[in-house]
Ligand binder design. Structure first.
Ligand code: UDP
Length: 348
């Protein structure tokens, strides 16, 4: 297996995941992309639950900072792997999460070929491992499979409206093809797959330089920089707080079902980007003003999940309203920026 190039591996991080001895009855879980803001939360929760946790990440957008506090944990192993490479991890896994792929448009568009490889080769490699390990495997898919939807809210039965050759296609089409690969492994090889379509997750542990709207608006307001609304700000998104999202993913992973079809996981309360900017400004004492910048090509006009299926199959509902989730997220970014030596103008 190729080691990931340019990984700054702190002391204690290995390049080969060698499982510690499992205690009798202890479950073993692999979290690919476990240094990301959702993946690292999954690592924390499964460690608390007594699982043997193996985290792999190529650290392209995931951050060692997110997993630093687990590195000395006897049940935690980190290995700097890229899921594009064949995985020869030692050990047998009961569960696998595929959380490995940049999710922010500027990040996934920075290296579109790598984004496609991560979604396609990564799906095959992790599914082969799941098959060999007889593990249940969850794919983090995305609302991007709906593209610029012509119906709203979007149920899972909607096939989407996606440009195959636009700037977002490497991610959208990569994730769509990955869903197909997962479903074929379920049908052909009887792998127990779960597919979660994630709608705009946000919260603590996001990278301040992530580039998505919530992190941009908050860091801009905290630093007294202009708030950059793309287009006229009338486009909508539905934001799901990290803890709700992780609860939904875990509910899908652990539900006893033979139904492998995709499930929307998101918060159906829809906001325009202008409303999000105003909400952020109402919570931070700042000199920032709103500015308008060109709308990126193929930016979807609206996005809102129909979560009937998640409610009925999983009994899951999001609990945290955007106004409340933003409070924790703002405190987190204020601490991050202060730690990085940034001049935080004024936090609430
Ligand atoms: N957006 C914005 N200003 C920013 C970043 C994003 O107005 O600084 C808009 C973007 O054009 C899109 C929405 O916010 O309409 C959500 O963008 P994000 O990158 O968070 O995620 P997406 O759902 O587009 O993948």
């Amino acid at each position: 297996m190729r080691k990931v190039a340019k990984v700054n591996r702190p002391r204690g991080l290995s390049s080969a995941a060698q499982h510690a001895e499992l205690k009798p009855g202890q479950k073993s879980i692999l979290i690919a992309g476990g240094a990301g803001f959702l993946g690292s939360r999954l690592c924390a929760i499964y460690l608390q639950k007594g699982f043997q946790v193996t985290c792999i990440d190529n650290l392209s957008t995931g951050r060692v900072k997110n997993i630093e506090s687990f590195l000395e944990h006897p049940c935690f192993t980190f290995a700097a792997y890229d899921i594009c490479d064949p995985l020869t991890l030692n050990g047998k896994f009961d569960y696998i999460y595929n959380m490995a792929c940049p999710a922010s448009p500027p990040k996934y568009q920075a290296d579109p070929i790598q984004t496609l490889k991560t979604n396609l080769y990564g799906a095959f490699n992790l599914l082969d491992l799941a098959r060999q390990s007889k593990a249940r495997i969850l794919q983090s898919s995305t609302s991007e499979v709906y593209g610029d939807p012509s119906i709203s809210p979007q149920p899972e039965s909607y096939w989407g409206n996606v440009n195959t050759v636009g700037p977002r296609s490497c991610y959208d089409e990569g994730k769509r093809a990955a869903e197909t690969i997962f479903m074929e492994y379920a049908q052909v090889h009887h792998v127990d797959v779960r597919i979660a379509r994630i709608f705009n997750a946000y919260g603590p542990d996001m990278d301040p330089n992530d580039g998505r709207v919530v992190s941009n608006f908050i860091t801009q307001a905290l630093e007294g920089r202009p708030i950059t609304i793309y287009g006229d700000g009338s486009q909508t998104r539905s934001f799901c707080y990290r803890d709700d999202m992780v609860d939904g993913l875990m509910a899908l992973m652990h539900v006893d079902t033979v139904d492998h079809a995709p499930v929307n996981v998101g918060n159906p309360t829809e906001f325009t980007m202008k409303e999000v900017a105003e909400l952020v400004l109402s919570k931070i004492d700042t000199r920032s003003v709103i500015t308008f910048e060109p709308l990126p090509r193929d930016d979807p006009r609206q996005r809102c999940p129909d979560i009937t299926r998640a409610r009925t199959l999983l009994g899951w509902l999001p609990k945290v309203a955007l106004k409340d989730g933003l409070d924790n997220t703002i405190s987190y970014f204020a601490a991050e920026l202060a730690g990085a030596g940034s001049r935080v103008v004024a936090a609430q």
